[in-house]
Design a protein around this ligand. Sequence first.
Ligand code: BEZ
Ligand code: FE
Length: 290
Amino acid sequence: MDLQGDDLTEAVVTSFDGSASERYRTVMATLVRHLHAFAREVELTEDEYFIAIDFLTRTGQISTGTRQEFVLLADVLGLSMLTVGLGNRKPPEATQSTVFGPFFVEGSPEAQLGDDIANGAPGQPCLVSGKVLNTKGEPIANALVETWQADEDGFYDVQKDLDGPQNRAHLTTDAEGNYAFWAVKPVAYPIPDDGPVGELLRAGGRGPMRPAHIHFMVTAPGYARLITHVFDEGDPYLDSDAVFGVKQSLIAGFTEHDAGTKAPDGKTPDQPYYTVSYDLVLATTEETQQ
Ligand code: BEZ
Ligand code: FE
């Protein structure tokens, strides 16, 4: 009764003493302490409190299976990348992880090595290839490579009203660990900013752009799952990614080729095209500290 200040905080903390697990108790107690400390530090007004509640309510209301506004919120606040860093401590030889984002879809089409997965998406063709390796540099055969990316207009297929998937597929590496597919050259694009997260960015004088990238999720038995991107080294937004996901080691060169020249896979596109090559190096589960 009559609780205020530190006594109020401690009463809320101890109200979790009967938690079903010790981990739950620790997480909730720590959350409450930090939340109260935050409100105290900024001397949160009641008006600001109601604005925040309204913001969170609208964030929930706009969310659907394909419009994940809470994921976006975590991303623009750097919480996603913080968690990525905490959950993926691995040897320096392994490919670094980055943000998952809201545009992955379970059950993408299966592709064979060298297939065109653009499926009619607007953009310049781009041959994406490389190897899946372990940290000793040895190839990993039969690794599952899932990939997804935006088109030349900066949209993922799930943001458009389409009949089938575009720029999205899964394939398995061959005996030498190779993967390869044709998609389109990725471009920089804005994260969805027509909702509460967009308001937050504008109020903070921030932009919504992400530098051009291709998403990968790679799995193989005995190895930690790798969720990452390959970024275009020529992109002007590499230093101002709206979700703080860029790592130097994930930047690769996209090389432009003239129409009618032979690509590394033997095809001769009749329009200008790009190639990018990037090896994806997996750490074993033992090499990865969760
Ligand atoms: C993405 O790269 O797909 C993405 C990541 C975070 C927020 C929005 C989009
Ligand atoms: Fe993306």
